[in-house]
Write a protein of this length. Structure first.
Lengths: 291, 235
């Protein structure tokens, strides 16, 4: 058993990473809850944003935390156009077809990245990359703190949008009752597209934060799509708070597994957590209790 | 105002509507009665643009709206109170109403319309912060009508609004429908299982059987028609 400060360090760093995971999963959760479409390209979109951040850093010397703002806008527009111009045509097709369509998109993006950037890992080396905050015996990476702050801000903006704006309320209405949304004459095609845009924007922000924490390779996507999905299920489908809690749970459990067992046991533990949760609380941490 | 001609609607191979023609003149209250599964809801859904008819035309204020989506029809003034109320259960009463005004024709007048809705249904004003899912069936029906009014409709199609409500609540509801029609001049297409009450209320009525209009006439006349009395009133 490692000494307490190590465990505390792992919990703190896991919490901070978990907040970024939460933001990533939030995008998937929103798209699934409203458009009823599992975005199998979610991890690929994040990878794409990470390459964007690497490119902006190398080409323009832009800090990833600045790239983040531009990435959110670019991905937001891209997501809107993708849903409005393309994915909306498939809304009434059978589920398995829509699933395959998203997997196809994911593979196209993944392979496109491989073609464009090659298989080697890339990273961003900012001047503060290796700095840390010292709190007594605790050492907290600066980048991890900044990444978590950015994720918290993005999440708060998203929550405010859904709570306070008419469009946000209408999107929640679509998730709540899709038939009711059509009965009320809501512009469903537009609202779906806004939702996908927001989902893509949040995963882009998460990607720009993640690029400081891990190296990026073209094959990163599928693992993170799955991770986002696990987080959403753990947190409870359709719950924003749930997605954040799920992110925290997975982040902390991964960090602790890395410390107490071995870093390669990370996924084993998070998926173990999923299996246990499916047994004892199938609706997830914050999911609705009703059946 | 609304004019449906020779409408055919299919679900896969099953025909739901066969050559249905129906008119709702401006400012009138028209009733549509028929047994379960006769196609009443299908007709409403087709008019609202939620189902795509295979043949026939739907015209609203001299505009062809056949096959237009429900956002377009709603923005032209075709409002709908669907079967089962279809409110947004986890949104508050106020948010349900606001969302109902998300139409270009209604958005700017949202605040004023909401005051009118609250005047019509004071109960909704009392419960404005409550989530819709926690309200009684009668209150949810008020909310469904209120949400529809938020879109400033010229025509409201009501699908079985009294289903599952207590008799006292039903008579209050029918009074409200009459008020909307006579007081506010909104045209109404009323689909009701409560045949006697809706025929009394309606100037003109249609009887739908197996996807076809089999009878039509003044509501009062149909009410005294032997076939209607036998089939729908159990007399």
């Amino acid at each position: 058993m490692p000494a307490l400060p190590y465990v505390a360090n792992a919990v703190i760093s896991g919490t901070l990473t978990g907040i970024v995971y939460g933001l990533m999963a939030l995008g998937l959760s929103a798209i699934f809850g409203v458009v009823r479409q599992v975005n199998f390209a979610h991890g690929e979109l994040m990878t794409l944003a990470m390459y964007g951040a690497v490119g902006a850093f190398q080409g323009l010397a832009l800090d990833p935390f600045l790239t983040m703002i531009a990435a959110a806008m670019v991905f937001g527009v891209f997501g809107y156009v993708l849903q409005r111009g393309f994915l909306n045509r498939f809304i009434h097709r059978p589920e398995h077809l829509r699933m395959l369509l998203m997997i196809a998109l994911a593979i196209i993006i993944g392979n496109g990245l491989l073609l464009a950037f090659g298989p080697d890992a890339r990273s961003v080396q900012t001047s503060y990359q290796l700095d840390s905050f010292e709190l007594g015996p605790l050492l907290v990476d600066k980048v991890r703190v900044y990444a978590a702050i950015a994720a918290v801000v993005a999440t708060a903006l998203l929550a405010a949008f859904f709570r306070l704006t008419l469009t946000g309320k209408a999107i929640r209405a679509c998730a709540d009752n899709p038939i009711g949304a059509r009965v009320a004459g809501l512009p469903v095609a537009h609202l779906y597209a806004v939702t996908f845009g927001l989902g893509a924007a949040s995963v882009a922000v998460a990607g720009c934060a993640m690029v400081q924490l891990i190296d990026v390779t073209p094959g990163l996507g599928p693992g993170y799509t799955l991770l986002a999905f696990v987080i959403v299920i753990v947190g409870g489908l359709g719950s924003m708070v749930g997605a954040l809690l799920g992110g925290l749970a997975i982040g902390v459990s991964e960090a602790l597994a890395g410390l107490l067992i071995t870093p390669s046991a990370k996924s084993m533990v998070s998926f173990g957590l999923l299996v246990v949760l499916l047994l004892v609380r199938p609706q997830g941490l914050m999911g609705p209790g009703r059946r | 105002m609304l004019s449906v001609r020779d409408l055919d609607l299919y679900y896969g191979d099953a025909q739901a509507l066969a050559g249905v023609s129906l008119d709702v003149p401006a400012g009138e209250l028209v009733a549509l009665v028929g047994a379960n599964g006769a196609g009443k809801s299908s007709l409403i859904r087709a008019i609202a643009g939620m189902e795509l008819p295979r043949a026939g035309t739907i015209r609203f204020r001299d505009q062809d709206v056949t096959g237009k989506d429900s956002h377009t029809t709603a923005n032209l003034g075709i409002g709908q109170v669907a079967e089962g109320r279809q409110v947004f259960p986890s949104l508050t009463v106020e948010d349900n109403l606001e969302v109902g005004a998300l139409l270009p024709r209604a958005r700017r007048k949202m605040k004023a319309t909401m005051q009118e809705v609250f005047a019509l249904f004071p109960r909704l004003a009392e419960r404005r912060r409550q989530t819709a899912g926690t309200m009684s069936g009668g209150e949810q029906q008020m909310l469904a009508i209120g949400r529809c009014l938020m879109g400033l409709p010229d025509l409201i199609m009501l699908d079985e609004p009294s289903l599952g409500l207590a008799p006292l609540v039903v008579s209050e509801l029918l009074r409200t429908i009459r008020l909307l029609n006579e007081g506010k001049g909104i045209s109404i297409l009323l689909v009701e299982q409560n045949v006697a009450a809706s025929l009394k209320l309606a100037k003109h009525a249609y009887v739908l059987e197996n996807g076809r209009i089999v009878m039509q006439g003044r509501g009062e006349d149909l009410l005294h028609d032997d076939r209607v009395r036998q089939a729908y009133l159990g007399l």
